[in-house]
Design a protein around this ligand. Structure first.
Ligand code: ADP
Ligand code: F6P
Length: 319
């Protein structure tokens, strides 16, 4: 039987993390379990920085972006000695289990702690949507809305000036934010790790679009693929459009979570507590075909990510 659990947020923050913290806290309290909010991810854990949460400590956070707990990256958490220190602190404070809200790196930390005797459950908190084992991560929908809002605005000004807007979106090495926003905004070109990058092909396509009389063009590119400013200069130099680049950056990580993210985070938070109450550890929670599911973390990390081929095919049919 568990009496005390901890909750932490780790890695890049994402909108909806607070909704998950609230759901974990309230579901646990409802089961008579004490809850401790651990500050700044694994860093706060090894420094013993945590505070007890009552129901009201998580009031008014459902609609807030970011994470009230703070998040951090602690590369040293890969070391067994550091993990052992975390276990020592948890044992000292009599915390039986932890809910870790973060991405796949954070999941690895959660698995390591479980192997050392502290049951952990991972919730997928990242805007990248790059976790296999779930159709959607907490924060992806909000980030997508932010990107769509920005690209719609860029389209207005681009069409006034016969410009091509090159928009870099986040996603780490996952093209989901790019392809979903490309479809949502009717972009002319989407470039992701899945499509590959062929500069000549992009320039040829833009020349063709210019010749067909298009007033503007939008190219959405996943980060870490090319220098978007250099590409925009090439577009100005060798197509009829003048190129402008926009790196959306961390704006994509902020903002009030969408209702979809709030509900997803709440459902996942509930599932995490249910699993811990059943004595399960080393699992992560996902949503598959609108059902909340869980898998062993190792299994989820080894799964291939759901193919987006149909989305790319649809994009190609619609441009
Ligand atoms: P995300 O969780 O969003 O993928 P990171 O990859 O930066 O973000 O991981 C977040 C944190 O999780 C890291 O700073 C580190 O503390 C911990 N972590 C990452 N990889 C491992 C690992 N292999 N073993 C233990 N902990 C890890
Ligand atoms: O994983 C979330 C994410 O925002 C990625 O999309 C991006 O590559 C990275 O984190 C940026 O990290 P940082 O917070 O260190 O700038």
């Amino acid at each position: 039987m568990i009496r005390k659990i901890g909750v932490l947020t780790s890695g890049g923050d994402s909108p909806g993390m607070n909704a998950a913290i609230r759901a974990v806290t309230r579901c646990a309290l409802g089961n008579g379990i004490e809850v401790y909010g651990i500050e700044d991810g694994y860093r706060g854990l090894i420094e013993g920085r945590m505070r007890q949460f009552s129901k009201t400590n998580v009031s008014d956070i459902l609609s807030r972006g970011g994470t009230i707990l703070g998040s951090a990256r602690l590369p040293e958490f890969k070391d067994r000695d550091v993990q052992l220190k975390a276990c020592e602190i948890l044992k000292e404070k009599e915390i039986d289990a932890i809910v870790v809200i973060g991405g796949d790196g954070s999941y690895r930390g959660a698995k390591a702690l479980t192997d050392l005797g502290i049951n952990c459950i991972g919730l997928p908190g990242t805007i990248d949507n790059d976790i296999a084992g779930t159709d959607q991560t907490i924060g992806f929908d909000t980030a997508l809305n932010t990107v769509v809002d920005a690209v719609d605005k860029l389209r207005d000004t681009s069409s006034s000036h016969h410009r091509c807007s090159v928009v870099e979106v986040m996603g780490n090495h996952c093209g989901d934010l790019a392809v979903y926003s490309g479809l949502s905004c009717g972009a002319e070109i989407v470039v992701t790790p899945e499509t590959g990058y062929d500069e000549e092909d992009i320039l040829d396509r833009l020349r063709y679009l210019d010749n067909t009389g298009k007033s503007h063009a939008i190219v959405i590119i996943c980060e870490k693929i090319c220098d978007v400013e250099a590409l925009a200069r090439k577009i100005s130099a060798s197509t009829g459009f003048s190129g402008r680049s926009t790196v959306l950056g961390h704006i994509q990580r902020g903002g009030s979570p969408t209702p979809n993210d709030r509900v997803l985070a709440s459902r996942m938070g509930e599932k995490a507590v249910d699993l811990l109450v059943q004595g399960v550890g080393g699992h992560c929670v996902g949503i598959k075909e609108n059902k909340i599911v869980s898998f062993p973390i190792d299994e989820a990390l080894a799964m291939p990510k759901t193919s987006r081929k149909q989305l790319y095919r649809l994009f190609d049919r619609l441009v």
